[in-house]
Design a protein around this ligand. Structure first.
Ligand code: NDP
Ligand code: OXD
Length: 325
């Protein structure tokens, strides 16, 4: 039976290995783990020729090129930027991303939690509690608040539906046109300005690609709607850190084009201890945990794909390398 290489940096490999062993006891699963950013030069993989599948998170660049009989690469998350950035990535091997209800629900919970946190002024109440101050702020109804989601893929489409059910005015922006019941949709460069201009809470669920790099910058924060029901604009980024310019977020908070931000992802992770974002009173920082990949749900998903592939069924959720997601 074809072997699997589990190559993991930046997270604990043990639960993944244990889950592969539990669910596929007859399949050989070899583990490589090490620090993120390590080059493949120092890595030794015994009997490389027997490996047909690689399941990876932040694999060392060059590692996948060392596997001569590789049939597919599976990301251990929804994003694939950590794989596509490898200049030596074998050209004709499909790269598969995770689409799984467990991961999708986790992201929707995160988005809803933080949209509501800004909408319901929770940070202000947290401060008041510490000061023993009893004061009720004016609370606009959700129906008067415009939320805009950048990225209407698997995660974005689920989040917009739940936000809509909560009563928000919800819009989404994607690369290609979309029609989603009850959601105002915009696409492409020409739809971007109108999307920003109607949005008070901006949620980013875009992948990191050459086109989206640095998209969350001062220029777009200035174009958000600040005179809406919330009286300010808010940013929630749970897409990728490469999309955001940290200095621009701080500048936007300083000048008032943003009134608050929730950030799960950063250009440099872990966020350096010296970053001013940690202590900013209007910023919520979470450690790239918006939708954690849970081996209990995701290993079964990957093994199902491998088994189907071995029976001749085409792989699902193969990424478009040209588009970068
Ligand atoms: P999908 O591939 O399903 O969706 C991506 C969406 O982004 C699509 O709607 C796509 O448009 C849109 N998009 C891509 N490029 C552009 C562009 N240049 N302009 C406008 N829209 C664009 O991805 P998922 O929804 O599954 O995941 C999204 C991202 O979320 C992942 O790539 C990952 O970076 C991040 N993520 C973060 C996690 C965390 O814990 N923080 C966990 C999981 C994922 P179109 O529909 O037209 O193709
Ligand atoms: C993912 C992530 O891409 O966890 O799934 O960031």
């Amino acid at each position: 039976m074809a072997a699997i290489l589990l190559a993991i940096a930046g997270m604990d490999p043990q639960p993944w290995q244990a889950q592969f062993r539990a669910l596929a006891p007859r399949r050989e699963v070899r583990l490589w783990s090490g620090p993120a950013g390590m080059p493949a030069a120092g890595v030794t993989i015994p009997d490389r020729g027997s490996i047909a599948y690689a399941c990876v998170w932040l694999p060392p660049p060059g590692l996948l090129a060392m596997l001569p009989n590789l049939r597919a690469v599976f990301s251990l998350g929804a994003g694939v930027d950590h794989i596509l950035c490898d200049p030596a990535l074998p050209k004709h091997v499909p790269v598969v991303r995770i689409v799984d209800p467990d991961l999708t629900m986790r992201m929707t919970e995160y988005v809803v939690l933080h949209v509501l946190m800004h909408h319901r002024r929770q940070r202000r109440y947290d401060v008041q509690q510490r000061e023993h101050r009893w004061y009720e702020h004016v609370q606009p109804p959700a129906a008067e608040v415009a939320v805009g989601v950048m990225g209407l893929g698997v995660l974005g489409q689920d989040a917009v539906q739940v936000l809509r059910r909560l009563g928000f005015q919800v819009a989404g922006w994607s690369r290609m046109p979309k029609q989603i019941d009850g959601i105002e949709t915009f696409h492409g460069a020409h739809g971007f300005a109108r999307f920003l201009q109607r949005t008070e809470i901006l949620v980013c669920l875009l992948p990191a690609t050459p086109e989206t790099q640095g998209i969350l910058c001062l220029d777009i924060f200035r174009r958000l709607k600040r005179d809406g029901a919330l009286g300010g604009a808010y940013l929630i980024n749970a897409g990728r850190g490469a999309l955001q310019v940290d200095g621009d977020i701080l500048a936007a908070l300083e000048e008032g084009s943003l009134s608050g931000a929730t950030l799960d992802v950063f250009p440099a992770e872990p966020l350096p201890p010296t970053s001013a974002l940690w202590d900013h009173p209007a910023v919520t920082v979470t450690p790239h945990c918006a939708a954690a990949s849970d081996p209990h749900a995701l290993v079964a998903n990957i093994l199902r794909q491998i088994e189907r592939h071995e029976q001749g069924v085409p792989l699902e959720h193969v990424v478009d390398r040209g588009a970068g997601y």
